[in-house]
Design a protein around this ligand. Structure first.
Ligand code: 5GP
Ligand code: MN
Length: 331
């Protein structure tokens, strides 16, 4: 058996053997981490186990149609009276990606780490990590099959949603034959692909558009037109009435410009705290750039957080991009 298949079996044993699980999604949760957590919750229910799903902050409302969405707790708002010895982290590339949630871990904690990031540092006692999976839900599907769980419409909705969002609607290079095979099987369970795509990919908030209008004023084309970047300040966020989830997708406007190889989005999330999102078109490994700056991700989509002002973060990032592309920012 391969290490991956063995890890899947260990994961199933872990879920069967224990109870009172803490399922953790990554900071700034997206469709994949949220769907993977909810799929995991449904599998635990199937085993008669109890669980608590927690994110460090809010989970985007756009995923509220998913089963058990309302049971996801917000560490910054909800009150917790217990610690957990059995943790399942989904789509978290490293320990830091769980944010403050580890404060709910008991001293004797055992972590099952389920993820698809090539930069995953295997922080769990059990690590089910497959970097060539398009999404963490693809691994959840394999876990479901390996554990001989029964697929149903609710599970199908979760898994399909994670595939849909992490492949950008089955368009990115990670759209493998396996992804489409799984999606095809899931469609047999009554889920509605048009409705899911509308909710997850098409519909945008007014705040997102107001923020885009502001962000576009900051557009910079650098590195011989190979890089495009946008910035958003805390004032922009306030004036657009935007929350974190309204920034989602802004980075794609940069990467999508004809001829641009790297798109960058700088988001001032706090005083001297800049969240940076990277997207690349074809050749630049932005996971490597993000990793060198303390973050991580995938070759085509990655991120990190930099301590400093927007101008300082920009200088640091532009320098790293110069090294990666072999082109100066002002060329
Ligand atoms: P986004 O730019 O959409 O926040 O993230 C793009 C990708 O990079 C996602 O796969 C996300 O999980 C990963 N990512 C974003 N920020 C970080 C970070 O600070 N650390 C790590 N390890 N991965 C990140
Ligand atoms: Mn993912």
């Amino acid at each position: 058996m391969t290490d991956y298949v063995t890890a899947l079996q260990e994961a199933i044993r872990f879920m069967r053997k224990h109870d009172r699980f803490l399922i953790v999604t990554h900071v700034n949760p997206d469709g994949d981490t949220t769907s993977a957590a909810l799929a995991c919750a449904l599998l635990l229910e199937d085993l008669g186990k109890s669980y608590c799903i927690v994110n460090e902050g809010e989970t985007p409302e756009k995923f509220s149609f998913l089963p058990r969405f309302s049971s996801i707790k917000d560490l910054s708002k909800d009150i917790f009276t217990e610690t957990f010895s059995h943790v399942i982290a989904v789509d978290a590339a490293d320990y830091k990606r769980m944010g403050d949630v580890p404060r709910l871990f008991a001293d004797d904690v055992n972590i099952l780490n389920i993820d698809h990031h090539p930069t995953n540092d295997l922080f769990g006692q059990i690590n089910v990590v497959r970097a060539d999976a398009a999404a963490t839900v693809e691994i959840m599907f394999e876990l479901l099959k390996a554990g001989e769980f029964t697929l149903n419409e609710q599970l199908a909705a979760c898994i399909y949603t994670g595939l849909l969002t992490d492949t950008g609607g089955f368009r990115y290079a990670n759209t493998s034959p396996n992804v489409l095979k799984i999606a095809s099987e899931l469609l047999g369970y009554g889920i509605k692909p048009g409705e899911l795509a509308e909710r997850c990919l098409e519909e945008i908030t007014l705040a997102h558009i107001l923020l885009l209008r502001r962000a576009l004023q900051t557009l910079k084309i650098t590195h011989r037109k190979l890089t495009a970047s946008l910035q958003v300040t805390r004032d922009d966020m306030r004036e657009a009435g935007a929350s974190g989830e309204d920034t989602s997708g802004l980075v794609n406007y940069c990467r999508n410009i004809e001829g641009v190889e790297i798109g960058v989005f700088f988001h001032e999330t706090g005083e001297n705290q800049i969240k940076v999102s990277f997207r690349s078109r074809a050749s630049a490994d932005v996971a490597q750039i993000a990793k060198e700056l303390g973050g991580g991700g995938h070759a085509r989509a990655a991120g990190c957080t930099i301590v400093g002002s927007l101008a300082e973060a920009e200088a640091i990032v532009f320098e790293k991009i110069s090294e990666a592309l072999g082109v100066q920012a002002d060329e």
